[in-house]
Design a protein around this ligand. Structure first.
Ligand code: FAD
Length: 414
């Protein structure tokens, strides 16, 4: 059943956004809701059908310019699609969001030839992208990346491993960040981004292993054993890999993860309200008890705050206003607020919340997946502390507004 956007979103939503909201609700009701149970029961399976259905709707092209076949609908539109999908299936919302991050990297850093080759396929969802930064040993420490790319004639040879890569098993093209300078060179010059097609010799995607939650989504491992790629596959300039990863993560990743957490948050508040108002106690329902209303009121309050933070940040991005701190804050607060509400939801459902066939335990397992990607909570707060201290260097949102193409941007602070 399509829902009506809540009043606090009125400043951010145009008629086109309303149309997408209803399109997403209709999609989740018709196609996703019936699939969720099957996806949950088959955690070892990669969900391809939902990706195909979203591709048919053009959703992977939501932020891609129309000249490449995208919708050019902007960041609020993207948030609508991820958020509304996430209310029904966080795993499917994760599939959508994970490919929109590298799509942004190619859009902003690609050469004219790279964009002409890949963006139409990405917009149509014929080729899904992944972005591969994290490594098994180095985790989120991008400066410690051990994957190397060495020059080989007029091309490059890449060797190393990447871990926890979103859409690892669906992606036809991976944006791989590798070290192209010797140890000791600063990360802002030592890394380079490469476009690596999934069928390049030497690239292996390890078999999908079921995780705690997000069943159907994959966060797998890529092993690159002397993978040769042509020089034309360098994304951005040699030495700009940190900026490719950082800009994609801040402009796309933070907001995308805020939208996934928001979807889960909304679902668990709805579920808890329904539970309290249907569970009989004394002469009425649990929702009649003031102490329980107090907790539900707190959940609703946190949901409103998370929703406003998520939409305000992307609205500012669409307006061209510098908003890196708002994007980062939306991701951090969105996860924290939802985690607080999750505790209330679990306790208010009491024993029923633990039942294997009850949807709340799916949300409980899915929610933690919003913490690590696009920077853990610690890293969001490190960035936010820099904002408080006036130490932020590059404002990626400002660059987004200032430049249509970053093929050779100057990444030094203005
Ligand atoms: C659902 C999901 C999707 C993901 N998608 C992708 C993807 O598409 N591409 C990709 O490259 N990666 C992806 N990741 C990986 C994600 O980016 C990493 O998990 C994250 O960067 C943290 O790395 P780690 O888990 O190895 O933890 P570690 O880096 O080992 O950190 C462990 C803990 O120590 C803290 N910590 C580490 N260093 C510091 C420090 N200097 N100061 C303060 N605290 C610190 C961290 O915050 C964390 O709490 C995904 C992860 C998940 C769960």
């Amino acid at each position: 059943m399509p829902t009506t956007p809540p009043p606090e979103l009125a400043p951010y939503l145009t008629p086109d956004h309303h149309r997408l909201w209803h399109e997403a609700d209709a999609f989740t009701a018709e196609y996703l809701a019936p699939r969720v149970r099957t996806m949950e029961a088959a955690p070892y399976k990669v969900e391809r059908k939902a990706a195909q259905l979203m591709a048919e709707r053009g959703w992977f092209g939501v932020t891609i310019p129309t000249q490449y076949g995208g919708m050019a609908a902007g960041h609020v539109a993207k948030t609508v699609l991820i958020h509304r999908t996430g209310v029904v299936s966080a795993a499917v919302a994760a599939i959508l969001q994970a490919s929109l991050i590298p799509n942004g990297a190619v859009q902003h850093w690609g050469t004219a030839e790279q964009k002409a080759q890949w963006l139409p396929q990405a917009a149509a969802g014929k080729v899904l992208l992944s972005i591969a930064v994290t490594e098994p040993k180095r985790g989120g420490h991008i400066g410690g990346i051990e994957t190397t790319a060495d020059r080989d004639g007029d091309g490059w040879v890449i060797t190393g491993s990447k871990a926890h890569i979103g859409n690892s098993h669906l992606a036809g093209l991976h944006v791989v960040i590798a070290r192209t300078a010797p140890p000791g060179v600063s990360a802002s010059q030592a890394l380079t981004a490469f476009l690596v097609e999934h069928d390049r010799k030497g690239l292996t995607v390890r078999p999908h292993r079921p995780g705690l939650g997000l069943h159907g989504f994959t966060v797998g491992r890529l092993d690159l054993d002397r993978v040769r790629i042509p020089a034309a596959n360098v994304l951005g300039d040699v030495g700009q890999g940190l900026f490719v990863a950082q800009s994609a993560s801040i402009l796309y990743g933070r907001a995308n993860l805020a939208a996934v957490s928001l979807g889960i948050h909304e679902a668990l508040v709805e579920m808890t309200a329904r539970w309290l108002s249907h569970r009989e106690r004394y002469d009425g329902q649990l929702s009649d008890l003031p102490v329980l209303r107090d907790r539900l009121g707190g959940m609703q309050n946190r949901l409103q705050l998370a929703r406003n933070a998520a939409y305000q940040a992307v609205h500012l991005l669409d307006l061209g206003v510098p908003c890196d701190a708002q994007l980062i804050g939306a991701k951090n607060a969105g996860h924290e607020l939802a985690a607080d509400s999750m505790r209330d939801a679990m306790e208010l459902h009491s024993a029923y919340g633990l039942d294997g066939d009850y949807s709340l335990q799916r949300l409980y397992r899915d929610l933690p997946y919003g913490y690590a990607p696009a920077g853990t909570g610690e890293f969001q707060r490190i960035h936010l502390a820099k904002t408080a201290l006036g130490e932020m260097d590059i404002e990626w949102s400002q660059r987004l507004a200032a430049e249509l193409s970053w093929t050779s941007p100057d990444p030094t602070p203005a």
